[in-house]
Every structure is written in structure tokens, then in C-alpha cells.
Write a protein that binds this ligand. Sequence first.
Ligand code: NAP
Length: 313
Amino acid sequence: MEAIGVLLTTPVYSYLEEELDSRFKLFRIWNFPQKDEFLKENSDFIRAIVGTPNSSVNREVIDSLPALEIISSFSVGLDHVDLAYCKEKGVRVTNTPDVLTEDVADTAIGLILATLRGICECDRYVRAGLWKKGDFKLTTKFSGKKVGIIGLGRIGTAIAKRAEAFNCPISYYSRSQKPETNYIYFPSVVELASHCDILVVACALTAETRHIINRQVIDALGPKGFLINIGRGPHIDEHELVSALVERRIAGAGLDVFEKEPHVPEELFGLDNVVLLPHVASGTVETRNAMADLVVGNLEAHFSKKPLLTPVV
Ligand code: NAP
């Protein structure tokens, strides 16, 4: 397979780059300052793209690669890929489901605990020598709180299971009801938000779920409610969230993702009611290796004319 051209549009995890390098002819587009020149010379040889959430594979990119057969994404979310256009053009698309579910759900619970119990702030308190001057303020209990989940898919379900172990009643909003669970279904996000203490965003990012957290939802969550986002940044109207946090119209937020990563609104930096993570929910060595193996496995399956491991399109 050494002759098969595979395009990387952004640098990725070193293990994945090494695995790709050892099997395919890997093109790192950032090494070519003249993008048009690069495409003119190489586009006929590039048969695959390895995608990442921070690099859009839109119509323009797809049209610029006439030999493109497959996009193997190093992510489960595919909001960065024009899936409809891929289907139309017969370009296959794969992602990395399941292998990251546990880590992302673990991170969601970690964010809930960090946000409600002020764990990061406690750490800063000790490091700053403030403990000698007095005890830390009281925080908010997690166990037993009502947890509402937007998107009861693989990750949402894994979060629900973990929250159940904290004796939290679970409710959810998804496209479809899940009668196989005994969780309470709400037919709208506003209703879910007004019936829970902690609202967790775990759905896919699509045109319908962009800004699924808006002013109305934030108001329904209310001043005692917490918002956790381990989905994608554009699920939240960030401008509305920032003003709600500044004005204490919600109790707090734990955020792994942001609308314009790696840009994070500076207004959040001084707030004690928010925990900020740099999009690391699946960021363990074990999980990233498993994701990388799936990316490579899908490419190998495709070019050996075997069934794809995790096909989406
Ligand atoms: P999944 O199993 O496909 O679940 C997606 C969920 O989104 C499903 O429950 C689905 O509802 C729901 N959904 C889709 N469109 C919706 C809509 N219009 N309204 C309400 N709910 C909708 O995917 P997953 O593996 O759990 O991953 C979920 C998302 O997590 C990914 O798409 C990705 O963006 C994000 N993620 C983030 C990180 C991170 O590092 N922060 C890591 C991995 C994944 P139904 O059940 O009714 O179909």
C-alpha cells in the first residue's frame, strides 16, 4: 500500500502519523506553503484523507481531490465532514466510535465533580497559600442531583450509567425515545433543562443541534443549574452562556469544547463558577492509540477491498 496517497490536513497524534507513514505515501499539506501548487502536482494521487475535528472536509476540499475514495476520521463526531456531499460523490467515510466512549464519559463525570465541588479552584487555593488564611468555601453536592442528558447515544448512555452510581435520577432528550431504559424522556431541551440540576450535552453536532443551548434553555436551567459540555462547542450559544455565567443566571459550567477552538472567551478566565478543559475528553494514550488503530484499520480494509470496520457513509 506504500504507493497509496493519504492526505493529512493538520498534524495529528504522533503514533497515528507513524502508523500512516509506515503503510502509505503520506502527504502533510502544511509542509507545502503553496497549496494550489501542491494540489496541481499531487491531487491525482491522493485517494484518502485522515480527518480531524479541527479541519473541515467540505465540498471545496472534496472537489479538489478527484481521486478521493475515503475519509477516515480520527474522531467519532463527523460535523467537520460534508457527509451528504460524500454520499453524492461516492466517497466513503469512517469514524472512531465506541473506543472513546468510556474516556469521554469519565471526563463528563470529572467535569461535573470539578465544577460542583470547585476542585480546580481548591487546587489553586492551596497552591496560592490561601489555606493558611482560612478554610475553603462550601460547595455543591453531586450525589443524588438530577442529571439531564442531551443525546442518549453511546457517550450519553455511558454518562447516565456512571451518574446512576452517584444515585442521580436520569432524564434525557434525544431524537428518539429509549423505552429500553428507565430514564425519563422529555420531548424538548427546555423541558429537560427545567427538570434537572445538571444538564449534560452529549449529542452529535448537526444543523439541528447547533446552539441547542440558547438563552431559553439557560433560563430554564436557572440559577441553581449547572451546564456540562463534552459534545462540540457550537452546541452552545457561547455569547449567551458567558453572560449567564457572569450574571450568575446559572450556577456554573464545565466545558471541554468551545465554539472557536482554541479560542476561549477571556471573560471566563476570571470566573470561579466555570471549569475549562482544552478538548481532552478522549485524550488518553490508551484511547488515542485505539482510535489511531481504527483510522488505519479502516484505510487498510478499504484498500484491500474488505468491509470497512466502522463505516458511516
Ligand atoms: P452517538 O452514539 O451517535 O450518539 C449521538 C446522540 O446524538 C444520539 O443520542 C442522537 O439521538 C443524538 N442526536 C443527534 N441528532 C440530534 C438532534 N437533532 N436532537 C437531539 N439529539 C440528537 O455518538 P457518540 O459516540 O455518543 O458521540 C456523541 C458526540 O460526542 C459526537 O458526535 C461528538 O461530537 C462528541 N464527542 C466529543 C468528544 C470530546 O473530545 N469532547 C469526544 C468524542 C465525542 P438518537 O439517539 O435519538 O439517535
